[in-house]
Design a protein around this ligand. Sequence first.
Ligand code: 5GP
Ligand code: ZN
Length: 113
Amino acid sequence: MMDCLFCKIVRQEIPARVLKENKHALAFRDINPQAPTHVLVIPKKHVASLEEATPSDAALLGEVLFLASEVARDEKITSGYRLVLNTGSGAGQSVFHIHVHVLGGRPLSWPPG
Ligand code: 5GP
Ligand code: ZN
């Protein structure tokens, strides 16, 4: 996936404020934060969206979620945090490489917009 933005971040071809990574997932700050903590957690492997994921990606997606929880702990978001996984353009997905938003540090209303 040569021209995928987030694959380029994985390959360090474009800079990102990386917070944490493990063998299969990477966490970095969103360039346009919507909350005091706004971090994106991605699989290092290119998967365009949750709709493209297969059962063989189940462990990978689990690693993404666990890295997200570690980031939230490191950020000391004591009042709670929200994970968002926009899937499809109608839901606001603009980068087609799976990413979980970790949002926290301010009140988060429900339902989301
Ligand atoms: P989506 O709308 O697909 O759920 O989320 C994409 C996110 O990627 C947005 O929150 C946007 O601010 C973020 N983003 C877009 N381009 C870049 C970039 O070059 N670097 C970083 N760190 N975040 C980006
Ligand atoms: Zn990609």
